[in-house]
Design a protein around this ligand. Structure first.
Ligand code: TRP
Length: 338
């Protein structure tokens, strides 16, 4: 994903690499606001990348589940928001994170004095005008929406997790996330010096496009735009065949003559995200562009790859229990000393 430019932008990533080289501590922080019972393929992208970062960096990982955010933004009861967060935690655990090195929490259960202290400190520094220009709130929005960004910002500071970092507030984090989360962390980076805390560093992914086309993104509330991690192989095949936007030509003759356009073709985009083998991907691109490979054949290749990724997730998901959720979300030290 890094090689292919799926992760395409960053803030201060080089500072994190320097710390790695110098053996200085840092941690990873990412999150998820659960608005459906199951993750979709697009949600998986930052988490797969985060798992790889955890392996190569060998540092603590913090994952925030924003059930409070979804309660405020969506038509959900508190219990429903919490329940979705718990279900999504199981999907996230299935990505394969190491329980000795990962703390997953939902805001409504974890909010504790040190975390809340950071939240009120941020509230005091950012005024309503600034928040409105960053997030675009309107005067009719409930005041909870205006208050929420501080709650997503606070886990960037090590002092929100005394059971992991003790009293230290000089340990920076690296936040792998999709580009739409940047406003939260621009705000966080602005306030960090005034809290005498380290600024978070970031690395951003683009969106996995929706089935409908390259300029769209998967929407968990619209089943035909996305592939859920709970879809069956048959559903996945049907969705790709029926909905995946094709960069191919109208007829086979025309396609053989003019070739297809990979840049707008969703099946190709899926392969670009999930097919590991660079040579094979290049070969597919060349053949499709020349018209040697047909649209249906490209869809079949994408179906195999998506089914592999989803199938592997489902195998692991079957084994994740309520006890595992408890294990990951228990307030405890991780396998690192600070
Ligand atoms: N707001 C994010 C969402 O709706 C959830 C989130 C919380 C998050 N903390 C984060 C995402 C940190 C990325 C990084 O999905």
């Amino acid at each position: 994903m890094l090689r292919r430019g799926m992760f395409f932008a960053h803030r201060d990533f080089s500072a994190i690499l320097d710390r790695k080289e110098q053996g200085k501590p840092f941690f990873l922080y990412t999150g998820r606001g659960a608005s459906s019972g199951s993750l979709h393929l697009g949600h998986l992208v930052p988490f797969m990348f985060t798992k790889w970062l955890q392996e190569v960096f060998d540092v603590p990982l913090i994952i925030q589940m924003t059930d409070d955010e979804k309660f405020l933004w969506k038509d959900l009861k508190v219990d429903e928001a919490k329940k979705m967060a718990k279900e999504n935690m199981k999907d996230i655990i299935s990505v394969g994170f190491d329980p000795e090195k990962t703390f997953i929490f939902n805001n409504l259960d974890y909010m504790c004095p040190p975390f809340y202290e950071n939240v009120v400190k941020i509230w005091k520094i950012v005024n309503a005008n600034q928040a409105r220009s960053i997030f675009g709130f309107s005067p009719e929005d409930c005041i909870g929406k205006g208050a929420f960004p501080a709650i997503q910002a606070a886990p960037s500071f090590a002092s929100s997790f005394p059971h992991i970092f003790g009293k230290r507030n000089d340990i920076p984090c690296l936040i792998p996330c999709a580009i739409d989360q940047d406003p939260y962390f621009r705000m966080t980076r602005d306030v960090a010096p005034r809290l005498k805390a380290a600024k978070p560093c970031l690395i951003f992914s683009s969106f996995l496009p929706a089935l409908q086309g390259a300029q769209t993104k998967m929407n968990a509330s619209e089943p035909n735009t996305c592939i859920y991690l709970s879809d069956t192989p048959k559903q996945i095949k049907n969705k790709i065949n029926k909905y995946a936007f094709s960069g191919g030509q109208q007829t086979v003759e025309e396609h053989r003559a003019k070739g297809g356009n990979c840049d707008v073709d969703i099946s190709y985009q899926f392969l670009k995200f999930f097919l590991e083998d660079d040579e094979k991907l290049a070969e597919i691109r060349e053949k499709y562009t020349k018209g040697e490979l047909l649209s249906g054949e490209l869809k079949a290749l994408a179906t195999v790859e998506v089914n592999r990724v989803v199938g592997e997730m489902q195998e692991r998901r079957k084994k994740v229990t309520d006890e595992d959720v408890e294990l990951f979300s228990k307030v405890r030290p991780l396998a690192f000393k600070f």
